[in-house]
Write a protein that binds this ligand. Structure first.
Ligand code: ATP
Length: 607
């Protein structure tokens, strides 16, 4: 009962969505469905009459001659023509509705995904769910409406047939009803089992499509060739794909027996009903026209009942998908936070981090463990530490992308939680290790940093001078209008370092109060790196900046250095203070410095 209620609720929640997609199309579809349902019933009545008239005509007993027959044939023709017309309009409206729905759901999915907290992407279960949801939205979500419409149509026709049959003998209507029940059961079983399988197969499906895409991708092409991994990866993909196929076929074997067994029963029941009708006819209970109409009703009702049962199971499956989709839509959004205070702009005191702890879902240890420090307004801070020390996680917390599990991050004393989310976003800028390479023109690649000034060529030019990208942009084949990357026709590929400079320019194109640069110069040549860091001071003057780096030489540009170790703040101070302290930082710095100076010479000499 509870389950049925929740299905009804799901269906109820779908209706406003379908209405939003296109109310007019929905109304037209419903009207046409109802009209279509009555066509076969009318056909049946005409057939019965026509056969009677024809029988009399053939026996030479028809007083009216051909007049009555012409009328009936004319009516039949009119019905057939209207059936065809209704079908054509229905098909077009359905296509229109489908296209609009695809657009609607694609937009809904992209919008929703981008409103979810970043931490949503840290859990593999969410990737599975996302994959299923996009499948649900594309394939099944709106399918329900057409299934329901077809079912209503079939139901009206079947009931109409039953009324016609009941006029001949009530047992015939009962027999027809008996056809429905077992069929419904078998289709229902099949659809439930299929949905369970879809849930179970999602991780495998994702893995197999990941490998299959990798095998065809530009990113994978180099390593796959160098390491000769192609056959290994194909075999790995095939193993998973075969496993999926086996599961599907095993389900098919299971359900096929049940479904087709039920169909055999139905066919037998149909034959019994026909025999019964013949018997009744032989005893004078049925005229020839009635018998023909009855046979027609029985045969076409078999496919109608089948459609009804299939529709029922499709609805069941569609509702499960719709439920998945609705629960995704209802996921709490990032902007659902309670913050309503404006971002303190310009920052006067600075940013304070108190007892910040952050734990990734399912990770054994916290990535950040009770970190506290303060950044003064306008200060440039370097964060250093080993791989996995927690630097990028801290950067994301400073950007407000992750909410702390414990502790707080505040700007000028206002906790991030209490700041209006849009205000927080608008006042921050960043560049990440895995920045996006947009296959768009240069101006758009940079302009996206400040959407409001996206096409402001003067500002773009000024910003590229400041960010030191102007010199190489001018050398591109179409200058600012050069499309970057070779994914699309006419694109021009950049080196990774050049891409990074474009991404840096994008970060500085924004009007920001705080900028976080996660390894901003990792792929840059030493000259460019030095130029960027010297420039960084100018670009960030009066602004608060945090950069993560593994090249400790660049820390000399920072006012202060934070050293992270295993998610904790191990040391804090400027370069000289930390060298004097002779701790983690000093050890790391000496190691790196050694690469270039004494150790290098010693190693070269074999000392
Ligand atoms: N999405 C995630 N889910 C679970 N654990 C994660 C996730 N991302 C990072 N971690 C873990 O959190 C810890 C800190 O990772 P983080 O990326 O912050 O380190 P990092 O100091 O930036 O490293 P690197 O110098 O290699 O970039 C690591 O132990 C890492 O394994």
């Amino acid at each position: 009962m509870n389950e049925s209620f929740s299905k009804l609720r799901t269906f109820g929640s779908m209706i406003p969505i379908l209405w939003r997609i296109s109310g007019t199309a929905l109304v037209v579809l419903i009207a046409l469905t109802l009209a279509q349902a009555f066509v076969p019933i009318a056909q049946l009545a005409i057939t019965s009459k026509l056969v009677e008239e024809a029988a009399m005509l053939f026996q030479g007993n028809n007083g009216d001659g051909m007049r009555g027959v012409y009328l009936l044939v004319g009516l039949q023709l009119a019905l057939l023509v209207s059936g065809v017309l209704i079908g054509a309009v229905f098909k077009y409206t359905q296509q229109l509705f489908n296209q609009r729905a695809k657009l609607y759901f694609d937009e809904l999915l992209s919008t929703k995904v981008n409103r979810l907290p970043l931490s949503y992407f840290d859990n593999h279960l969410n990737y599975d769910r996302l994959q299923r949801t996009s499948f649900s939205m594309q394939m099944q979500g709106i399918g329900i409406i057409f299934t329901v419409l077809t079912m209503i149509q079939n139901l009206i026709t079947v009931v109409g047939y039953m009324v016609v049959l009941a006029q001949f003998h009530w047992l015939l209507s009962l027999g027809m009803l008996l056809l429905v029940v077992p069929m419904l059961g078998s289709y229902l079983y099949e659809s439930k089992a299929l949905f369970k399988l879809i849930i179970r197969q999602t991780p495998d499906e994702r893995m197999s499509s990941f490998i299959s895409n990798l095998l065809k991708s530009r990113e994978g092409a180099k390593e796959i060739r160098v390491f000769g991994m192609a056959s290994y990866l194909i075999a790995k993909w095939k193993r998973i794909a075969l496993r999926n196929m086996d599961r599907l076929l095993s389900l098919e074997r299971k359900t096929i027996g049940i479904t087709y067994g039920v169909q055999m029963l139905t066919v037998m029941l149909l034959s019994v009903m026909l025999l019964f009708a013949l018997h009744t006819g032989a005893n004078g209970g049925l005229a020839i026209g009635q018998y023909v109409a009855l046979a027609q009703a029985l045969f076409s009702s078999q496919s109608l009942v089948q459609g009804l049962a299939q529709g029922y199971s499709n609805i069941h499956q569609g509702l499960l998908h719709a439920n998945e989709m609705l629960s995704f839509i209802e996921l709490p959004e990032e902007s659902g936070g309670k913050g309503d205070q404006p971002f303190p702009s310009p920052i006067k005191q600075g940013i304070t981090v108190e007892q910040l702890t952050f734990h990734y879902d399912g990770a054994p240890n916290p990535a950040l463990n009770g970190i506290s420090f303060a950044i003064r307004a306008g200060e440039t801070i370097a964060i250093v530490g080993d791989n996995g020390a927690g630097k990028s996680t801290l950067a994301k917390c400073l950007l407000g992308l992750y909410k702390p599990d414990k502790g707080r991050v505040a700007v000028d004393g206002v906790e991030y939680e209490n700041i209006e989310p849009e205000g927080l976003r608008n006042r921050m800028s960043a560049i990440f290790q895995d920045f996006v390479q947009f296959p768009f023109p240069v101006w758009e690649n940079i302009g996206l940093g400040g959407i409001d000034e996206l096409g402001n060529r003067d500002k773009l030019r000024r910003s590229s001078e400041e960010a030191n990208t102007a010199s190489f942009i001018h050398k591109l084949p179409q200058g600012w209008d050069t499309v970057l990357g070779i994914q699309f026709d006419g694109g021009h590929e950049l080196s990774y370092g050049q891409w990074q400079r474009i991404a840096l320019n994008r970060a500085f194109y924004r009007e920001f109060e705080l900028i976080v640069l996660d390894e901003p110069t990792a792929s840059l040549d030493p000259m460019t790196e030095a130029a960027i860091f010297e420039n960084l001071m100018k670009l960030t003057s009066g602004k608060t900046a945090v950069f993560i780096t593994h090249r400790l030489g660049s820390c000399r540009f920072a006012d202060r250095i934070l050293v992270l170790k295993d998610g904790c703040l191990a040391e804090e101070g400027n370069h000289d203070e930390l060298m004097e302290r002779n701790g983690e930082y000093a050890a790391m710095f000496r190691k790196q410095a050694g690469w270039y100076t004494k150790e290098w010479e010693e190693q070269a000499l074999g000392v």
